[in-house]
Design a protein around this ligand. Sequence first.
Ligand SMILES: Nc1ncnc2c1ncn2[C@@H]1O[C@H](COP(=O)(O)OP(=O)(O)O)[C@@H](O)[C@H]1O
Ligand SMILES: [Mg+2]
Length: 242
Amino acid sequence: MIDIKDLHISYGKEVALDNVNLHIKKNTTCAIIGPSGCGKTTLLYTIAGLIKPNKGIIYINGQELNSIRKNTGVILQNYGLLPWKTVWNNVSFALLTRNDIKNDAIIKTENILKELGIYEYKDKYPSELSGGQKQRVAIARTLALEPDLLLMDEPSSALDAMTKEHIQNIILNIYKQKPTTLIIVTHNIEEAAFLGQKIIIMDKANIIHTMDNPYFGKDKLRENIDFYSFCLEVRKWIREAI
Ligand SMILES: Nc1ncnc2c1ncn2[C@@H]1O[C@H](COP(=O)(O)OP(=O)(O)O)[C@@H](O)[C@H]1O
Ligand SMILES: [Mg+2]
C-alpha cells in the first residue's frame, strides 16, 4: 500500500526527516512512536500529501504521491472541527463538499453518528463538547468519507486516561469491523502497542527500529500482563523520556 523511499525533509536548516524508508502493507495498522520533535507529524503530513519532500518518493497503491489523495482521511491533533458548525453539520459538510447526494449524506451522517455514540449531540457545537466527544466527531467526519488510508496524529493525547482508552477501543473496533490501512502517530507507548500491528520507533529524524506486535487485536489486552511486557520492550527502544 505505502512505500516510502529515501525521504528527506527539512524546514530551513532543521532536518525533520533524514532518508526515511518504510513499507506498510494494505489494510494493516502501524503506530509511529518517538519523542517530541523527532519528525512523526512531518512524516504523517507527508504521507497525507500536505508536505512536499525535498528528496525521496512516496508510492501509495503503486502510484507516486504528488498531491492530496481523495481517499486519504486525516485526523489532526487538535480535531480540526469547524466551531461555527454543529456536530451534524461538521460531519455532513464533509460529505456534501465531496458532492454526495443530499439524501445519501443524511443517511451516512446519521449512521456514523449513531455508530460512534454521538447522535444525541448532533445539534451541539464543538465548544459544548468534551475532548472525547470532539475526537469522536472528528473520527466520524473522516470515516464518513470511507477512506482506504486513515492517518491519525496523536488521537488521544489531549484526553484523560479513561477517555483515552475509550477512544483507543473505538479506533480498534472500527478497524476490526472494516480493515483499512491505518497509521497512528503517538508518543504514548500503550497506545502504540494497543493500536499498532507494526510499531515504528523514531528518533531525531530517523526510524531506528521496527517491531511486529504479536498482541495486536487480542481480547482483553489491557488485562494481559504479557501486553505490558511488550510495552516495556518498546520502551527500551525509546531513548528519551516521552
Ligand atoms: N513548520 C515548521 N517550521 C520549522 N520547523 C518545524 C516545523 N514543523 C516542525 N518543525 C521542526 O521539525 C522537527 C520535527 O517536528 P515534528 O514533525 O512536528 O515532530 P513530532 O511530531 O515528532 O513532535 C522538530 O524539530 C520541529 O521543531
Ligand atoms: Mg507531532
